[in-house]
Design a protein around this ligand. Structure first.
Ligand code: ADP
Ligand code: MG
Ligand code: ZN
Length: 498
């Protein structure tokens, strides 16, 4: 019996991983790619359809100009060349959620190609080459009823919702990515996370991984260390969180290493990712030259964006992420190490948003890294899935600034926020967290501290004011931390006449 997986370190001493990432992005256009149907998520099934997106005979599609504009934006932001002339193609296959029996896509004439981008992992920058970004349409959505797993196998019947059929998609495909093996999974995660930030900044998609508007397929292969010949790849489909991208790549490396090191062959196939167990299982075998009988779509005119239009779009692009990082680091006064923690913790955007709400960079970093990113990490969640956002962080910091909370109490408020206990005000109320600002209560505690520590008072009186620190500590303890230390200090100084 050979093991199903090797230890990741064993795997990486024998093999170099190679990755290729395919990311599908649903655009946020108001209407679908080839018809006027609306695109809102969550509408009742089959209420957003028409003859075009249902593929009824004789219906004629028309290209959504805004969809093309978004595709060009994405292409330019990924440093791609933009085609002067390109066509849509029919990708022919049958599936019940695809009523036309072909998907309108692009084949050998993508709108954008030959680009590159960069990601930062552990302070190191990795360049990722982009093969192409092409336009296509989403399919409908099948729901299989009666089976145990929600898959078609074992189901009694299936339901199809065509609301999603025809929603514009951009597929972004990288060239093969070869980075040091121990960084591969983290680079894959950083790439998808960077794409999300970029797409948000471009305002072309909602990029909700949980709603499927950003989906990643991860191709992974191994080759013997130092070899330049590519191995056989698998394609793990629809991995839908940043963390899952990292886990799925790691799992495939360890699985393929076990297959290869025991003399087996990796099968070229699609694989399913299982979030709960952290493994991939075999899907369908897939050859490189699958015959989709692609041919140019005869019902659509070619897309020929004028160079003037492309330049107009280029002029609207936001600052490149790498330049923006450098600028923000300078503005915030963070060290390289601090900035690296921010990036690695995926906390850049939340921190930007929190600072925009009036919080200082240092405080924003303290809460996002010290409390929230740490907690996300512990519970294995993505930071933006925690349910605590910039608005709440700014609220808590405001309470600290006003003297209602100190840092220690603020941490407990965050704990309450993460546990879903309500707004900061409600949590303070329920948990009884507010600082005691009533001078008389503080003065009573000071009297108790003085009475209990005559030797400390003696020292202070004999010309050692620093000794008063012990009294402040005693008062804070007495108040169970719910006092503003600066205020206690002030009152104590007055009392002892230092
Ligand atoms: P498919 O139709 O199979 O999805 P694509 O061209 O859309 O093919 O995407 C294939 C992806 O797999 C690309 O990102 C490519 O760089 C990557 N890839 C190709 N060969 C390998 C390999 N041997 N190992 C890892 N990734 C690979
Ligand atoms: Mg593909
Ligand atoms: Zn329609």
């Amino acid at each position: 019996m050979t093991a199903d997986v090797l230890e990741i370190n064993d795997a990486l001493t024998q093999y170099d991983p190679v990755m290729g990432l395919e990311v599908h992005v649903e655009l946020n256009t108001k209407s679908k790619m080839f018809c006027g149907c609306p695109t809102e998520f969550g509408a009742p099934p089959n209420t957003q359809t028409c003859p075009v997106c249902l593929g009824l005979p004789g219906a004629l599609p028309v290209v959504n100009a805004r969809g093309v504009e978004s595709a060009i934006k994405i292409g330019l932001a990924l440093n791609c060349e933009i085609a002067e002339w390109c066509r849509f193609a029919r990708k022919n296959y049958f599936y019940p959620d695809m009523p036309k029996n072909f998907q309108t896509s692009q084949y050998d004439e993508p709108i954008a190609f030959n680009g590159w981008t960069e990601v930062v992992v552990d302070g190191e920058t990795y360049r990722i080459e982009i093969e192409r970004a092409h336009m296509e349409e989403d399919t409908g959505k099948s729901t299989h009823i009666g089976g145990a797993t929600g898959r078609i196998h074992g189901a009694s019947h299936s339901l199809v919702d065509y609301n999603r059929a025809g929603i514009p998609l951009i597929e972004i495909v990288t060239k093969t990515i070869e980075v040091p093996g121990e960084k591969a999974a983290a680079v894959a995660r950083a790439y998808v996370s960077m794409l999300r930030d970029l797409l948000l900044a471009l305002d072309v998609s909602d990029v909700r991984m949980d709603q499927g508007s950003l989906r990643c397929d991860a191709n992974v292969s191994l080759k013997p260390r130092g070899s330049s010949v590519l191995g056989t790849r698998t394609e793990t489909k629809n991995v839908n969180s940043f963390r899952s991208v990292e886990r799925a790549v790691t799992y495939e490396i360890t699985r393929q290493a076990a297959v290869l090191s025991s003399g087996g062959k990796v099968v070229q196939e699609t694989r399913h990712w299982h979030e709960d167990t952290g493994i991939t299982t075999s899907g369908r075998e897939k050859s490189d030259a699958e015959d989709y009988r692609y041919f140019p779509e005869p019902d659509l005119v070619p897309v020929a964006p004028s160079r003037e239009w492309v330049e107009e779009i280029r002029a609207t692009l936001p600052e490149a992420p790498s330049l923006r990082r450098v600028r923000l680091q300078e503005e915030w006064g963070f060290t390289d190490l601090e900035m690296r923690d921010v990036i690695n913790g995926n906390a850049l955007e939340p921190i930007v948003a929190t600072i925009e709400l009036g919080v200082t960079p240092a405080a924003a970093k303290k809460w996002w890294l010290g409390e929230l990113a740490r907690s996300a990490n512990e519970s294995g969640q993505d930071l933006d899935a925690l349910g605590v956002g910039p608005v709440q962080v700014a609220e808590v910091q405001k309470l600290v600034d006003e003297g209602t909370l100190n840092d220690k109490l603020a941490r407990q408020v965050f704990e309450g926020l993460l546990a879903g206990e309500g707004t900061p005000a409600e949590i303070i109320e329920k948990r009884g967290l507010a600082l005691v600002s009533d001078d008389s209560a503080l003065l009573e505690a000071i009297d108790r501290a003085i009475a209990a520590n005559p030797n400390v008072v003696e020292k202070v009186n004999s010309g050692k004011p620093a000794a008063a620190g012990a009294l402040i500590g005693a008062v804070m303890k007495d108040m169970r931390g719910q006092a503003d230390a600066a205020k206690v200090r002030q009152l104590l100084i007055e009392k002892l006449g230092i």
